[in-house]
Ligand binder design. Structure first.
Ligand SMILES: NC(=O)c1ccc[n+]([C@@H]2O[C@H](COP(=O)([O-])OP(=O)(O)OC[C@H]3O[C@@H](n4cnc5c(N)ncnc54)[C@H](O)[C@@H]3O)[C@@H](O)[C@H]2O)c1
Length: 400
């Protein structure tokens, strides 16, 4: 008999692991029946607020080996994704793996290979594909509203960048490769998804222009004498939820870039730019797609999409403005991503229960990582362009 309720185990239960909020539906299609984490306090918190009966362990191998766990979610730091996902797939479990898929191209290829040989689904957490404005952009491009896409310009303003990336493990290259790969993995994927084309070539410049410095590695916001005046200080934001994200963003060990500019070419000759800055005062992503017949652009701050159609005249105003009503978050707003988290977690459950292929091809995760890796190589080679090979079975075929 087919299962009607999926039993999910989560590796990395704090932070993004609190996606359990969507998956734990005792009267619904899934429950979170287990968790693994290296910090017992996070496992205790999880049992307290989610499921007192859940199996918990500090050794993820015990979780994936359990026959009463049907599927695994990997929400650990980027540098753990490959190990955890490969092991879970090898144990015969379908896997939800957070973005970025891995921190190397080879790591992604090992994950793809394991999913194939185990015959298990692998869904990468590209929740932006489930955002209203991204769906609308994709539908408009597919419907031919802007003709053939020729240019993509993306600006990513990471406001309070230190809060997300410079107080903890994200600030070290060895953990992420680059923040263009880490944070930008969503944007690169949206570009690939909306155009239906993968990147073939990238060149990038970047630097550590604001964060980093000579403060001791062990300096924390809570103990810093400048905590009252420092704009980056987390001392008032430390909570039981994020007790460990508190090291000084101006500490010595910080080596990851905080400012990127990249140019890209996609199959079909599409020209693109992607920019990401981690010390912007505001926080949003701005995408423009220009085609032979028009242009679309989103404003994440206004929650709107602007459509300009090419005519004989120079246009003075958009032809259409799409105003997205705010989608109510389920639970903590911080996790909602405009409803996208509820949709992607639901899609994962349906994929497993119905035994269907992943709604996002896992190779898309690999292609996004490939851009990040090659952009970093280019940056380190003073902007030298780098070619990116597309695997034969990647699915998005370049036009002849
Ligand atoms: N799709 C999205 O919108 C989105 C949003 C946030 C984070 N993420 C991704 O989620 C992942 C986690 O990010 P985060 O911000 O939650 O990080 P985090 O550091 O806040 O949480 C990571 C969790 O994994 C645990 N952990 C660390 N090492 C472990 C190990 N070896 N074994 C088991 N557990 C381990 C930590 O204790 C913690 O509970 C990242 O890859 C990030 O890119 C995705």
């Amino acid at each position: 008999m087919k299962k009607t309720q999926l039993r999910i185990g989560i590796i990395g239960i704090n932070g993004r692991g609190t996606l359990w909020r969507y998956w734990h539906q005792p009267q619904g299609k899934s429950i979170v029946a287990g968790a693994a984490d290296v910090y017992p306090m996070y496992l205790d918190m999880f049992r307290e607020v989610c499921n007192r009966d859940a199996f918990v362990t500090t050794d993820y191998r015990e979780l994936i080996a359990r026959p009463d766990i049907d599927a695994i979610a990997v929400t650990t730091p980027d540098y753990c994704h490959e190990e955890h996902a490969v092991a879970a797939l090898n144990a015969g479990k379908p896997v939800y793996c957070e973005k970025p898929m891995a921190i190397t191209i080879q790591g992604c290829d090992r994950m793809l290979g394991q999913a194939k040989s185990a015959g298990r689904q692998l869904l990468i957490g590209f929740n932006m594909r489930y955002m209203d404005f991204v769906r609308k952009m994709k539908a408009m491009v597919d419907d031919g509203a802007i003709g053939e896409v020729k240019a993509v310009w993306i600006r990513h303003f990471v406001g309070r960048g230190s809060e997300y990336y410079f107080h903890d493990w994200h600030a070290l290259k060895q953990n992420c490769t680059s923040l263009l790969l880490q944070k930008g993995s969503h944007d690169i994927d949206v570009m690939h998804y909306v155009t239906g084309r993968y990147t073939t070539r990238v060149a990038a410049f970047g630097g550590l222009d604001f964060f980093g410095g000579d403060r001791p590695n062990e300096l924390t916001c809570a103990t810093c004498e400048e905590r009252e005046d420092c704009l980056e200080s987390q001392h008032e934001r430390l909570s039981a939820k994020k007790p460990l994200r508190h090291y000084c963003p101006f500490r010595r060990e910080v080596d990851i870039e905080d400012n990127y500019v990249s140019i890209l070419e996609l199959h079909g000759g599409i020209k693109a730019t992607y920019m990401e800055c981690h010390f912007a005062p505001d926080h949003h992503r701005n995408y423009t797609f220009i085609g032979t017949e028009g242009r679309i652009e989103n404003s994440q701050l206004e929650n709107k999409l602007y459509y300009w159609k090419r005519t004989r005249e120079r246009q003075k105003a958009p032809d259409e403005i799409v105003d997205f009503a705010k989608v109510k978050d389920k639970g903590d707003g911080e996790l909602g991503h405009g409803g996208a988290d509820a949709r992607i977690t639901d899609a994962f459950v349906d994929m497993v229960l119905k035994d269907e292929p992943p709604p996002i091809p896992p190779v898309a995760g690999r292609m996004s990582v490939a851009v990040g890796v090659k952009a970093q190589q280019s940056l380190e080679a003073h902007g030298q362009p780098m070619d990116i090979a597309t695997p034969d079975d990647a699915g998005q075929q370049p036009p002849s």
